[in-house]
Design a protein around this ligand. Structure first.
Ligand code: SF4
Ligand code: FE
Length: 491
């Protein structure tokens, strides 16, 4: 089968029996629910763009297994060029949708499983990698949407999995059978799972020898028996239920990734879908590989989202009539500078990748972590500048209904106009986008998605080779490596 069209993606979701709860109630079909529709539309764009000749190069790749043309979201990174193209794809999708398009978690989980199943076989002599390759061929062939599920609820944060009062605070194997295993637990903040075909379950942390039951990596169909999704609440999400358009801010594509709590209530997983089972030594590597790839992503997707936010802010300044002001232009420049800096580090981390033992390509870990760390700050800085330039109106805009009620429409239209070249509705449309895309939901996703800030700082310090830097300082100040030619003066 070729790369799916956006229509085929939506129709294929309709065929699944995904068990999902929104606002506390079970829903019949994810495709028809207004809370999920904008997130489905966003993923549909990832399929749609892969069919456009002008985007083919970044949106598609050649399978290293079959040589077939595949969606880049099912590809195993082969070289630095693949890593760079991924970041370019993320920026493009961020620009087109202005939000999170969800598929990157599954892609990075796919790559992490590919690499770690190889490592596990090298260390223990199993056949996980071969199994995984068979699974991967199926994914590429059917062009399925994958969600990665990594973050366990974790219970008491200072206790290990076995020390928890409830042992299900980390996903674990509760039964081992001839034909596979049964798993129980849950994963939080699951991006895109509710509108995916497959869930890739990864361990959420490094594990110790006595924690083998928690060392499980596997693939589960999103509608498998025992899997259920509880959709999270987002800023302003009740507006979707009220049938609002403009007030949603990003009415077609939603706000961030439609995160859900995914519960695994004794889910059976056959051997063919298990890619790590008890090998605690490989868990930390799997987590690290996933996180490192995913951290670099944020320089792509958030740059694309920021492009749209900068556009909405710049347009708002035209609507206000402040666009010629030099201070306003300088603040827009600052937004651009922050955005391009993030994109630059993401591209750099991809251009300076290295080969893993399995043959796939890892990004430069220092630069990937720097990218994500910068995002945790600059998304707030960019949002702050957007608020600054758009003004207090962001917090006091009239609702869409005000424009539909003839009794008051004339007043809101009259008194909310600024530059008369634009209507009050033009102003509200831009304002709602800025409001929604700089909300708590969006900011917190940028802060904690792909790992909280401290997680990046630990890697940055670990990668910094401080001892080497001390030696450099000693050599420069007291050393003997004088330039050839003129002897340097000794202190
Ligand atoms: Fe992709 Fe960005 Fe969404 Fe993560 S936050 S899934 S990198 S778009
Ligand atoms: Fe994310």
């Amino acid at each position: 089968m070729a790369i799916k069209t956006s229509k085929e993606y939506v129709e294929s979701l309709r065929e699944l029996q995904i068990k999902a709860y929104v606002g506390g109630s079970k829903i019949d079909c994810v495709v028809d629910h207004p809370a999920i529709a904008p997130h489905i539309n966003t993923v549909a764009k990832t399929y749609e763009l892969a069919h456009m000749p002008e985007h083919e190069e970044v949106m598609t790749a050649r399978s290293h297994l079959t040589g077939d043309k595949i969606h880049r979201y099912t590809h195993i990174f082969q070289n630095n060029e693949d890593l760079v193209k991924k970041i370019q794809m993320l920026r493009l999708l961020g620009q087109v949708t202005g939000t999170c398009f969800q598929r990157c978690v599954g892609l990075d989980a796919l790559n992490a499983m590919y690499a770690t199943s190889y490592d596990a076989d090298q260390a223990h002599g199993g056949n996980y990698h071969e199994r995984f390759i068979n699974y991967l061929k199926m994914i590429q062939e059917k062009d399925l949407m994958l969600a990665g599920a990594m973050t366990d609820p974790k219970g008491h944060r200072s206790r290990r999995p076995l020390e928890q009062e409830d042992p299900d605070q980390y996903v674990r194997v509760v039964e081992r059978r001839e034909d596979g295993v049964v798993i129980r637990g849950a994963k939080l903040h699951n991006t895109g799972g509710i509108n995916s075909h497959e869930i890739l379950v990864l361990p959420g942390t490094g594990l110790r020898d006595d924690e083998k039951d928690y060392a499980i990596a596997c693939a589960i169909p999103a509608d498998a028996e025992g899997v259920l999704f509880i959709f999270g609440r987002q800023s302003n999400d009740s507006r979707k239920m009220e049938g609002c358009g403009v007030d949603l801010g990003n009415p077609r594509f939603g706000v961030v990734g439609g995160e859900a709590l995914v519960v695994f209530e004794d889910v059976f997983v056959p051997h063919a879908r298990i890619f790590l089972n008890g090998e605690v030594e490989q868990c930390a590597t799997m987590v690290n590989n996933f996180a490192t790839w995913h951290r670099a992503n944020y320089g792509g997707c958030k740059a694309g989202n920021a492009d749209v936010l900068i556009g909405a802010t710049a347009k708002t300044t035209q609507i206000l009539g402040t666009d010629r002001n030099s201070v306003v232009r300088d603040k827009l420049t600052e937004m651009v500078h922050l955005t391009e800096t993030n994109y630059g580090t993401a591209i750099a981390s991809s251009a300076q990748g290295y080969k893993l033992p399995c043959g796939s390509q890892m990004v430069n870990p220092m630069l990937a972590n720097v990218t994500k760390q910068n995002i945790t700050r600059s998304v707030y800085s960019v949002g702050r500048l957007a608020h600054d330039l758009a003004g207090g109106y962001l917090a006091t805009m009239p609702s869409e209904e005000s424009f539909n009620n003839p009794e008051i429409a004339k007043y809101v239209e009259k008194y909310h106009v600024a530059n008369p070249e634009y209507t009050a509705e033009d102003r509200v449309k831009m304002g709602r986008y800025i409001e929604n895309m700089t909300s708590v939901t969006t900011m917190v996703e940028a802060m904690h998605g792909a790992g909280s800030p401290q997680a990046q700082r630990i890697v940055m310090l670990g990668q910094s080779e401080l001892a080497e830097k001390i030696k450099m300082a000693e050599e420069v100040i007291d050393g003997t490596n004088d330039a050839e030619g003129i002897a340097l003066r000794k202190l």
